[in-house]
Design a protein around this ligand. Structure first.
Ligand code: PLP
Length: 430
């Protein structure tokens, strides 16, 4: 390929980070199932520990299979570098760790995935990290919630599960006015449908567990840095732009330039917090990504057909899918997700809680479980599972009212998916 031609998305999904193995010529990146790596001599070991030589020390920090996946993910998002983690939730911790210290503050969308609301609102609080959840449909709410200790703004491009789409450019402008980065969880959209760095995002996180891996066989996460945020523009980010006591006084931004955040992610965050991705999971995720473009196309096409079927079904009260022209977020979907609005959405059944429970008990092809982004079609009734500890009012506010069902439309034959929904809707209405 000529040097001045940027290969297309599908090509990078297959080839980025996937050069033949230098030791054996193996065409597929091998699973380097090792915890540690032999040093050439004491000088080599010292220069590795001083971050003066690039190489491998211990798999908690870096591993060749995981590095290959990191290169692929950075390429697909158009970023400078990536740090892979044991899960999507670990990615959120590793994304914030270089930015936050005790007493610092984060502004997050109040429509985040429920697990993220709990992680940030409850567990991060124990680190002394404060969070304000705001409605980013009005981006002015960001400035209203800001404090002098605000260090980042965190949103989802396409929110799980309500079909909510964030106006990334407006939100990025608000974050940048505060002198802080915009972090976008791009899990539900994937880089195939949405490219947050082209709309002002500075950092991207993913649960690779979902569409990137795509086959429901490995939990993982990643943090990707655009390399564009200037950590030295103000004094808000001393871990990156001042001598870091956690790494013998190294100034990461001065030393590593636009790779500072990614080097910090491995050398400090993974080293000290420990949530490294397993090499086997990196291998499965890389294999999954090779078909991402094809899978997302079909996921979106199937979801569109299922949403239209449900919208016209007499037992269905409402459908919340941004691919439908009547949806509130349809305009934003066309702007930020021009190839499709994803394949996870919610709908309501007539008959409330009892009909919702009957529905998940009646599906046969579709699996009743708590995951999304699998080749298999999946369904969940949040009110009787993930949100059952909440009151009816709290469930309603969280978009998990009694009649709500969440569907992740898979890649089975579309007629079979629709037939399964049809027979289950007949039983649940009975
Ligand atoms: C699943 C999910 C997460 C958490 O990821 P895990 O891999 O389960 O830890 C975070 N954000 C979104 C949008 C998700 O769907």
């Amino acid at each position: 390929m000529s040097a001045n031609r940027q290969p297309g998305f599908e090509t990078r999904a297959i080839h980025a980070g996937g050069a033949p193995d230098p030791a054996t010529g193996a065409r597929v990146t091998p699973i380097y199932q090792t915890s540690s790596y032999v040093f050439d001599d004491a000088d080599h070991a010292a220069s590795l520990f001083n971050l003066q030589t690039y190489g491998y020390i211990y798999t908690r920090l870096t591993n060749p299979t995981v590095s290959a996946l990191e290169e692929r993910l950075a390429s697909l998002e158009g970023g400078r570098g990536a740090t892979c983690t044991a899960s999507g939730h670990a990615a959120q911790l590793v994304a914030l760790f270089p930015l936050m210290t005790s007493g610092d503050h984060l502004i997050a969308s109040n429509r985040l995935y429920g697990g993220s609301i709990t992680q940030m609102g409850r567990s991060f609080k124990k680190f002394g990290w404060e969070v304000s959840f705001v409605d980013v449909d009005d981006p002015a709410n960001i400035a209203k919630a800001a404090t002098p200790r605000t260090k980042a703004v965190f949103v989802e491009s396409l929110a799980n599960p309500g079909g909510v789409i964030t106006d990334l450019e407006a939100v990025a402008a608000e974050a940048h006015k505060l002198g802080v980065p915009l972090i976008v969880d791009n899990t539900m959209a994937t880089p195939y449908l949405c490219q947050p760095f082209q709309h002002g995002a500075d950092l991207i996180v993913h649960s690779t567990t979902k569409f990137l891996g795509g086959h429901g066989n490995s939990v993982g996460g990643t943090v990707i840095d655009s390399g564009k945020f200037d950590w030295s523009a103000n004094d808000k980010f001393p871990s990156l732009a001042a001598p870091e006591p956690a790494y013998h006084g190294l100034n990461f931004h001065e030393t590593f330039g636009d790779l500072a955040y990614t080097v910090y992610g491995h050398a400090v965050s993974l080293r000290d917090l420990g949530p490294a991705m397993a090499p086997m999971n990196a291998f499965l995720t890389m294999t999954g990504i090779e078909t991402l473009a094809l899978r997302m196309e079909r996921h979106c096409a199937n979801a569109q057909k299922v949403a239209e079927f449900l919208a016209n079904h007499p037992s269905v009260a409402w459908v919340n899918y941004a691919g439908l022209p009547s949806n509130k977020y349809h305009g934003l979907a066309k702007r930020y997700l021009p190839k499709g609005a994803g394949s996870v959405f919610t709908f309501g059944v007539k008959g409330g809680y009892a009909a919702g429970v009957k529905m998940v008990e009646s599906i046969e092809l579709i699996s009743h479980l708590a995951n999304i982004g699998d080749v298999r079609s999946l369904m969940l009734h949040p009110a009787s599972t993930t949100h059952r500890q909440l009151t009816e009012e709290q469930r309603k506010n969280a978009g998990a009212g009694d009649d709500v069902l969440r569907l992740s439309v898979g890649l089975e034959s579309i007629d079979d998916i629709i037939a399964d929904l049809d027979q289950a809707l007949k039983l649940s209405a009975g």
